[in-house]
Write a protein of this length. Sequence first.
Length: 231
Amino acid sequence: MKIFKNKAFTLAEVLITLGIIGVVAAMTIPTLLTKLDHNAKIAKLQKSISIMNQAMRMSIHDNGEYGGWDSTLSPRPYVEQYFAPYLKIVSWCDTAQKCGYKTTNPWENQQVYTNFNIAGRVPFVTMDGILFSVITHGGLSSGNDETDKLYDFSVSSSSGIIVDINVANNPNRYGNDLFFLVRTDSGSVMPLGYNLPDETIKDDCQKKRLRIYCAERLRRNGWKAPQDYPW
């Protein structure tokens, strides 16, 4: 008759196993956390588009078609009439500092968004923790070709909406937590570049480019970041 004895792990075996687990965790946890952060940002971007689309729909219901909105209003009254009643605004950013930014030029790339309140922009923060900067009073782009619109964010006649999904928190970088939307002529809200060809979107949304079409690149990829996405 054989007698089986329980064989316990030695201290060395336990330490080796824990060491292997530690190495695997050190290699995988940062990647996992980064992916979770990226997914959360994409979800917040989607939410910001949904918020603005819902506000636009309600405003059109109450105020008539988007193209007929009163463009003679100055920026703040324009936003107060056509947007504010349909959004949960918790703070008007009369200055960048009022909404937690340290400077009036808090974003890394100033080629497009050159100043916080310039050219009729009306920034505000909603209860969802998102900063929207609505450029009034709408209208067409600076380009003449309807198939290749590049909305000029430096003038008040742009239909742009600039979104900082985590307000003043870092990194304040285009395509990471700062995105560009636009109101279409029908009054819906889409990522900037929604009507441009794929090669234009991809060429812009990469490192050392403007990255103003990155929201559209995410949308076209099923709201998932491509492997070469410039986080």
